[in-house]
Design a protein around this ligand. Sequence first.
Ligand code: CIR
Length: 264
Amino acid sequence: MTEGRSFRFTHFLSRHPARSVVDGLRDGGGIDPDPALFGAQHAAYVKALEDIGGPVTLLPALEQFPDSVFIEDPAICSGDTAIALRPGTVSRFGETAELRPTLLGIFDTVIDLPGDGFVDGGDVLLTDHEAFIGLSARTDQTGFNALADVLNDLGYVARKVETPPNILHFKTDCGLLDSETIFSSCTLAATDCFSGYRVIEAPEGEEAAANLIRINDVVLLSAGHPKTEELLTTHGYTVRTLDTSEAARVDGGLSCMSLRFSLS
Ligand code: CIR
């Protein structure tokens, strides 16, 4: 049963932000996140996952990895399978090894990304039958080839996308709304990478809203995007907003802070 597998989830994995998140990677400098406020926003995020989805396995902070709260990047999950990835930036290389034992305890199958290419989970958007994989500063062609093969065996056809420059991850600028519909920044949508899908574009000035996540019957949206909230509500989606100001200070958003899956 693959219908709806891209947004119907029963379980979640998340990792508490470390105090070292103040050293998290970010484009162009910018002020540090406040670890206490980040912790509070993360707790609200976890609560929302529990409310609309199900149990969240909350892993402890990893102080040696400032960006480890962004647990989406070292792995991909689909059904009873997890794929342990190779993140494409040196300070995050070790996150996969930290996460792997947890994956082994949850999933029937854990596949290590074959070869020596790099993929960040933030560059992969799964629909029910396709996998959009964005080449980026973190995800390379070798990684794409390896992941495409693995995902093919799980019933996904891979689509390669050239993520426009200045966009960190493919999913920085898009999110799934339902099996046929993708919410995207105008910049990403203009590449025509979503042909075959209905696309709803982020209103002008609200591009950061694009990193939303659909979980069961609810769309989680970053707070502070009133035009997007109204647009999505008008389209019939049930929207819940969450404050992600501290994640945004280190280039993170809603999708990066959990792995979402459905166990049989
Ligand atoms: C990084 O640059 O790796 C982190 N500061 C942000 C990662 C955000 N992850 C994501 O969009 N999937």
